[in-house]
Write a protein that binds this ligand. Structure first.
Ligand code: PFF
Length: 440
């Protein structure tokens, strides 16, 4: 397609991908998943999953996207394997599904930014969270968050997404570093670091059937895999870029920001004597304001900085989820971008209504996304790239890479075909057992 957009710069692509990866997954989901799955032991499995499955899989998505130069569903046709379109479609559907509840949480964040200014949550944060997280107010906030997301995507790749994330990602890092430094000054910091950073392997071994799929799911979710985002973003990259270097940079930055978020959240939780295990999806929303309540004006400023970061991170991920579906319709059906973005925003909003009405529905949508749609989609994609694209995938990974890295491309292919595929199949099996509640 002659006039298809591309990223203005290589950094623009990297930042947009990091912007997609860093989101509610790192700051909202990661702390409570860590807390309910054994603390540091979960972190350890998560880190292994990023290296063993996440990085090879992100490269698999890049290879498909850049080779095809078209968004996810059309990519399989263009690569000469129309029978695999269903994999792209599953990814697009998963992204749609995920955005519907992601936007509800995004709405809570919008509310908390406002409440940090007015002091709305000071007093009784748990009650405040209960009041705004479900019901009519949550629906309005969900609408506001979706509207902002649609607004950015409507402006396209270079004008919208690239400009927005160029500003967003550096701000996230700077503010989180500041907050982590504040966390380090709290007396509870040592206890918190111990909980977050010293793994007890016994916990992993005793709870493997639940900890492993939770950690792998979190790693894949956090890297924005499975929902065709990385396929779509890579479809706008030029042949002079090394996919390996870009993929490693993105995975490393995302992991760094996730761990940094833990270094912010856990000292705050421990400072308050809040038990991490008992905190669910409300963890960050209840614990952070509670922890800051005694800090007076300083607490207000820190609270505001924190929720602004979460909002930026949530938006830069939400736009990637919407972009997948928009670019599919724009590329394949020639629809006009702005109108498509608005229409799809409306559909996602409607799908999110149950989650906005009741947090139990939100939990259900999240578990279907992360325990089912995501690992199944990654499994099929890894199989496709490893066994169907095979030599073409190696060629594509080599394109733009320095000689020394280029030699690693066949090793990557063999890893995909064996270790990565087996690990994802194992995760899917464990996730299905978890979902159905079947005894392992
Ligand atoms: N990676 C995002 C986060 O951690 O919040 C969520 C996400 C975005 C998942 C895009 C999947 C995706 F395709």
């Amino acid at each position: 397609m002659a006039n298809r957009e591309t990223w203005a710069t290589r950094l623009g692509f990297i930042l947009a991908s990091v912007g997609s990866a860093v989101g509610l997954g790192n700051i909202w989901r990661f702390p409570f998943q860590t807390a309910t799955n054994g603390g540091a032991a979960f972190l350890l499995v998560y880190l292994v999953a990023v290296v063993v499955i996440g990085l090879p899989a992100i490269l698999a998505e890049f290879v498909v996207g850049r080779r095809a130069e078209i968004s996810a569903i059309g990519a399989f046709d263009k690569l000469g394997h129309p029978g695999w379109r269903a994999v792209g479609a599953l990814g697009v559907f998963g992204g749609f599904w995920t955005l519907s509840y992601y936007s509800v949480v995004g709405g809570w964040v919008v509310r908390y930014v406002g409440a940090s200014v007015t002091g709305g949550y000071v007093g009784n944060p748990a009650e405040y969270f209960g009041a705004i997280s479900a019901g009519p107010e949550a629906i309005v906030l969900h609408a506001v968050f979706m509207a902002i997301t649609v607004g950015i995507v409507a402006y396209g790749i270079e004008g919208g997404i690239e400009k927005a994330t160029r500003l967003m990602v550096p701000s996230i890092v700077v503010i989180l570093l500041g907050l982590a430094a504040y966390g380090a000054t709290l007396p509870a910091a040592t206890e918190a670091y111990d909980y977050f950073l010293s793994p007890n392997l016994g916990v992993v071994i005793d709870n493997a059937p639940s900890v492993i799929p939770a950690a792998v799911g979190q790693a894949l979710f956090s890297l924005s895999l499975g929902f065709s985002v990385m396929i779509t973003y890579a479809s706008y990259i030029g042949d002079d870029q090394s996919l390996g270097v870009d993929g490693a940079t993105i995975a490393a930055t995302n992991t760094f920001i996730g761990v940094l978020a833990g270094l912010v959240v856990f000292p705050l939780l421990f400072a308050q004597g809040v038990s991490p295990e008992t905190s669910g999806p409300g963890a960050v929303f209840i614990a952070v304001p509670t922890a800051l309540a005694d800090a007076g004006m300083l607490g207000r400023v820190i609270g505001l900085a924190f929720f602004v970061v979460v909002l930026i991170a949530a938006l830069s991920s939400a736009i990637s989820l919407l972009e997948v579906v928009v670019s599919y319709l724009v590329d394949t059906h020639g629809y006009e971008r702005k109108r498509t973005a608005v229409f799809l925003g409306g559909v996602v909003f409607t799908l999110g209504l149950p989650s906005a009405w009741n947090t139990a529905w939100l939990g259900w949508f999240d578990s279907i996304a992360v325990n089912l749609l995501l690992p199944v989609s990654v499994m099929l994609l890894v199989f496709f790239v490893g066994w169907v694209m095979a030599g073409d995938a190696v060629d594509e990974l080599r394109t733009g890479a320095a000689d020394s890295l280029s030699d690693l491309a066949p090793v990557w292919l063999w890893a995909l075909r064996t270790v990565v595929l087996l690990a994802v199949v194992g995760t899917v099996a464990l996730s299905l057992f978890e979902l159905t509640g079947a005894p392992v």
